[in-house]
Write a protein that binds this ligand. Structure first.
Ligand code: AMP
Length: 217
């Protein structure tokens, strides 16, 4: 099962794909997480990516494509994976299609989580993330039991530097210009399925898992 979760920043791709990964026993691969890891480790890639990420712009295609190519080669991807935050440009999508074809593989599902811009700003400006396990919380919609500590692992929460309102607006602009065209791209390939990303997280999750279970190709 090879799944892409599309949708604007803050659509819930990370939270939902982590849960799908647990249930379907395939890895969740988030290019955002991989890039944040590279930044934390101060690798060459991390240093190159930093300025783009801080300002809400996309990291150049060649860097992200080689990062994902390496990740997809790892043995845990043999039975598939859930891609979260990749592809984000037409060049990335085309490169993925080519690379899967060479390996005799194909995408099984492309799901677009639809959420409005106002909702995105509200969600992201209150979002907090666990510094250890990556779990997402929200100051109002999903608070932790103990303030500032992750319910799952006890790690400290932090606010991502790109979750400031001015950067969120830039990320949305980038999404509209560079990523939204992928909806059309996958629709033309006959792969696109749309799910409304608003409402209770659990209801959205149920729709996602039904989509993956019912139509696993
Ligand atoms: P995310 O955690 O998915 O919201 O990603 C955070 C940031 O990482 C984005 O705003 C981009 O700067 C960068 N990034 C993540 N995935 C990609 C990608 N597929 N292409 C380019 N930049 C990316």
């Amino acid at each position: 099962m090879m799944v892409i979760l599309l949708g604007p920043p803050g659509a819930g791709k990370g939270t939902q794909s982590r849960r799908l990964s647990d249930e379907f026993q395939i890895p969740q691969i988030s290019t955002g997480d991989l890039l944040r890891e590279a930044r934390a480790q101060k690798t060459d890639l991390g240093e190159k990516a930093e300025a783009y990420m801080k300002s809400g712009r996309l990291v150049p295609d060649d860097l992200v494509i080689s990062l994902i190519e390496d990740r997809l080669e790892r043995p845990d991807c043999q039975n598939g994976c859930i891609l979260d935050g990749f592809p984000r440009t037409l060049a990335q999508a085309e490169s993925l299609q080519k690379s899967l074809k060479v390996k005799g593989k194909a995408l099984s599902h492309v799901i677009n989580l639809k959420v409005s811009s106002d909702e995105v700003v509200e969600r992201l400006s209150g979002r907090r993330q666990c510094s250890q396990c990556g779990e997402n919380y929200h100051l109002h919609f999903k608070p932790t039991t103990v303030q500032n500590l992750c319910d799952r692992c006890g790690g400290q929460l932090f606010q991502r530097d790109d979750d400031q309102e001015s950067v969120i607006r830039e990320r949305l602009r980038v999404y509209e210009n560079q990523t939204a065209p992928l909806v059309q791209f996958y629709s033309q390939l006959g792969l696109l399925q749309q799910i409304a990303g608003i409402g209770a997280m659990d209801d959205i999750y149920q729709k996602l898992r039904q989509t993956l279970r019912g139509e696993s190709r």
